[in-house]
Design a protein around this ligand. Structure first.
Ligand SMILES: [Zn+2]
Length: 81
């Protein structure tokens, strides 16, 4: 009778492990959404592209030229030349 009780405890432990594993499998889905929440802040930052080299950079870091934006003053001069 004792080993039957042990068997029940073991089965209960296996069942509990399966339940917790299911919980872990269900939980990984929300973190990407939680991790995605900081990215909208980055995506709302206006981006532009260097006319000379095609580099994508934040608009606030771009060098304004007569025809568009550049990643640096050197590329603005190269493109104008
Ligand atoms: Zn450039």
């Amino acid at each position: 009778m004792k080993w039957l009780l042990v068997l029940l405890i073991v089965l209960g432990g296996v069942w509990w492990l399966r339940q917790t594993r299911r919980g872990r499998h269900q939980r990984p889905a929300p973190p990407p959404q939680a991790a995605a929440s900081p990215t909208p802040e980055g995506s709302t930052r206006p981006m532009t592209q260097c006319l000379q080299c095609g580099l994508h950079l934040p608009l606030e870091d771009a060098v304004q030229g007569p025809q568009g934006h550049y990643c640096s003053a050197a590329h603005r001069q190269q493109h104008d030349a």
